[in-house]
Ligand binder design. Structure first.
Ligand SMILES: NC(=O)c1ccc[n+]([C@@H]2O[C@H](COP(=O)([O-])OP(=O)(O)OC[C@H]3O[C@@H](n4cnc5c(N)ncnc54)[C@H](OP(=O)(O)O)[C@@H]3O)[C@@H](O)[C@H]2O)c1
Length: 273
């Protein structure tokens, strides 16, 4: 088999590529800046990326407006070139259906013979390299509209291990997996864990959904995307992500990383220069 890894330089892709390497699985690491130049917005780059490929790890790019029609067109071209196995990274809040990543999930159900969909909850990496990093490092606080809602945060490396298991499974899985960590934590709990990992007092500052959206705009996101993301975080306050599953263990045979272990391993991210 040869595996095409899209988003190979991203949070999950950069852990998946070494797993394929260590296990001697032929693969191609694709992204705009990766070893194999690949751009979702430029179909002229697709055929070379697909040459000789039998399985694909599919990641929707966050910076391309409405990428789903492109992803489906890409899957159709991949099937025509002999790809049989597809593993899609979606999200826990989006089932198969007419919205967002769910469109590609539904297409796989309807058209693929061998597929799996990984639906993770929020990544631990959102605190170490994502939207919460700067305020933790510079102001000792996490701003959020998640209230006291809880999330079983997942380490992107655990998602990569699940992707590896799905891509190399001996038989088609043909189902989705809701990937979570094992502990359901509020953002106050996260702040307490970061306090222990950094040796500084880190707090959780509760803000409104409007203020959360404004913070995303300040980070350079378009207004509509910022409102969509802030509304997604608001659902955490209502308990929408307050669950944990055994799906990481089912796929990998390993327990997911704890937030405390993640925080200890990434403590350097929150150190000030
Ligand atoms: N963060 C979370 O908490 C969370 C939770 C659930 C699901 N997810 C899902 O996880 C996925 C990854 O999200 P992320 O924002 O964390 O991104 P990421 O995986 O860290 O990075 C995005 C990847 O896509 C590549 N890319 C971007 N634009 C591209 C383009 N036009 N053509 C080809 N490749 C492109 C980037 O590489 P280059 O720049 O080299 O092209 C990079 O490798 C998203 O689908 C998101 O919905 C995230």
């Amino acid at each position: 088999m040869t595996v095409l890894v899209t988003g190979a330089t991203g949070k999950t892709g950069r852990s998946l590529v070494p797993l394929l390497q260590q296990n001697g699985i032929p693969h191609r690491a694709a992204s705009r800046s990766g070893a194999a130049p690949f751009d979702w917005t430029d179909p002229a780059t697709w055929d070379a990326a697909l040459e000789g490929v039998t399985a694909i790890y599919l990641i929707a790019p966050g910076n391309v407006p409405d990428p789903y029609a492109r992803m489906i067109a890409f899957c159709e071209r991949a099937q025509a070139k002999g790809v049989t196995r597809f593993v899609l990274l979606s999200m826990s809040s989006l089932p198969a259906g007419p919205w967002g990543h769910g469109l590609v999930h539904q297409w796989l159900i309807d058209h693929a013979v061998d597929w799996a969909v990984l639906r993770p909850t929020a990544f631990m990496q959102n605190f170490s390299e994502g939207p919460f990093l700067a305020s933790i490092r510079d102001e000792n606080t996490i701003y959020s509209n998640t209230g006291n809602g809880r999330v079983a945060f997942i380490d992107a490396a655990d998602i990569a291990a699940c992707a590896y298991a799905a891509l190399t499974a001996p038989a088609p899985l043909n189902r989705d997996f809701t990937l979570t960590g094992s502990e359901r934590l509020s953002y106050d709990d996260v702040a307490a864990t970061l306090t222990r990992a950094t040796g500084r007092t880190i707090t959780h500052t509760h803000i409104s959904t409007e203020a959360m959206a404004a913070r995303f705009v300040q980070r350079g996101l378009p207004e509509l995307t910022a409102q969509f993301l802030a509304a997604g975080y608001a659902t955490i306050a209502t308990g929408a992500e307050d669950r944990s599953t055994a799906d990481v263990q089912t796929l990998t045979g390993q327990a997911p990383t704890t937030f405390a272990a993640f925080a200890t391993a990434h403590a350097g991210a929150w150190r000030r220069a």
